[in-house]
Write a protein that binds this ligand. Structure first.
Ligand SMILES: [Zn+2]
Length: 286
């Protein structure tokens, strides 16, 4: 009798997944949960992936409502908690400006971010998504992309939330530039998340950026070698036409369990619970 041992189950969070009703959707969630995954940060897909045309900011509501519905269904179907991140994808600008003109495209994407901010304030989402192209673009598009990203930072500051960024490949110079933009609008350090990040834990910390490390190959071990200030992700895109183009839904739980033997559980309590709690202002419990 008395004082049994309390065994706490480690939460396991994938910080960047997509789910698409035309993909594996709930099957992917089941796979994640069965592998030991407990929390998903579900990031909005570009509108065209959901078959939605964007002609005005209001059209983003259709995108966001669809993502929220998928999140609800995933939570009902499996024992997982889903946090939603909503916003715009930098590739949208490249896609829209030929048809809508650059200034109208920027206006629409800024409007989309404003709507995403409302969803955050209403407690339906935990963060915004923005960024700039990962491929070479003409200077006008680059400048406009930076403007949209800066506006995303302003809205995040107002809402007191984090922003996940899709950007060019991480270099210290690029990260320092992004951090400078975030600081210029007063967004606190640690609220900018570099999605699809290499294991640059120390460099990110130096610039106040929070890395979401892609859990491929040896990246997580390399990250752990530098510290525990990072989250893990797959960027699972849930596109049946591009199987194997990204990491599968089991990757984060599997990798975590694999590495516990060598690194112990404590570091993963930090990665999967303390870090996301701090970055998003949420509670991670099982
Ligand atoms: Zn993504």
């Amino acid at each position: 009798m008395g004082g049994g041992i309390l065994i706490l189950t480690l939460p396991i969070l994938d910080n960047h997944m997509h789910l698409n009703p035309s993909g594996r959707c709930l099957d992917a969630v089941r796979e994640f949960a069965r592998a030991g995954g407990t929390h998903i940060v579900l990031v909005s897909l570009p509108p065209w992936s959901l078959g939605i045309d964007i002609n005005s900011p209001e059209d983003y509501r259709k995108v966001f409502d669809k993502i929220l519905k998928i999140a609800r269904r995933a939570q009902e179907a499996e024992k997982v908690k889903v946090f939603v991140v909503l916003g715009v994808h930098p590739a949208e600008l490249t896609k829209y400006y030929g048809r809508l003109g650059l200034s109208r495209s920027v206006e629409i994407m800024r409007g989309g971010l404003e709507i995403a901010r409302k969803y955050v304030v209403e407690g339906r989402a935990v963060g915004l998504k923005s960024g700039r192209p990962h491929y070479e673009v003409e200077p006008g598009i680059w400048d406009a992309s930076n403007d949209i990203m800066r506006y995303g930072f302003e809205l995040a500051k107002d809402a007191g939330c984090a922003v996940q960024l899709h950007t060019e490949s991480a270099t210290e110079e690029g990260l320092a530039g992004i951090a400078g933009i975030a600081r210029s609008v007063g967004l606190p350090d640690g609220r900018v998340i570099k999605h699809f990040s290499p294991p640059m834990v120390k460099i990110c910390e130096k610039h106040g950026i929070f890395p979401s490390v892609l859990a491929g190959e040896n990246a997580i071990e390399t990250a752990l070698g530098e510290g525990t200030r990072f989250m893990m992700e797959t960027d699972y895109i849930d596109d049946l036409e591009r199987p194997g183009s990204v990491l599968g839904p089991k990757t984060v739980p599997r990798r975590t369990k694999q590495l516990i033997g060598k690194w112990g559980e404590d570091v993963f309590w930090k990665v999967h619970k303390e870090n996301p709690e701090k970055v998003y202002g949420v509670e991670i419990d099982i």
